[in-house]
Design a protein around this ligand. Sequence first.
Ligand code: URA
Length: 214
Amino acid sequence: MIKKECLDIVQSKCESCQDCVLGKTRNNVVFSDGNPETARIVLIGEAPGETEDETGKPFVGRAGKLLNQFLEEAGISRQEDLYIINTVKCRPPENRVPTDVEKALCERYMTAQIDIMNPKAIIFCGATSLKSFWGDKKVQISKVRGNWFSVNVNGKEYKAMAIFHPSYLLRNHSMEEGSPRRLMQHDLSVIKAEILGDKQVCSTGSFNQELAMV
Ligand code: URA
């Protein structure tokens, strides 16, 4: 099966999911954006906000527009190079941080997406997604961002990097040397050079339908 067919199976399950309270208040499940057949990077944000809940697409509000600017400047194509997802697929009321229970109940959709995509790298955009995969929850994004590390998803190791969340950059406008915006430019340029430097495609990964659907 091609990636899109496998992802469609997961998406249709996700769209009828009522496992946690977020299912009661969402307008739309926000499953993904990007072309799964060409994307070599999975970028994981936190959770949908108001505009994402209205449109069903991740990172389309103010933060998403700023992310687009940084991606464009780094020469990373949002539609071709990235498959964008969130740790939870439904909007938490008032944009609060998703709870551990909500993240745990939604995790199987995210790990199925990663399994299927079999990406060259995973980018954790912000602290919430980073903490979902980093054993020590006290990890600080400002300490680990910009460095490659390895994460294990369903028994497979992936190259990974954390970057700042664009909402944080919306509150930090400085372009001084060492500022969060300058560090974001730096991190994306490393990702572009080291992951997207060649044209190699990623094959479809293993997809354990039973594991994803229980
Ligand atoms: N912030 C996120 O983390 N994800 C989105 O989709 C939008 C805003």
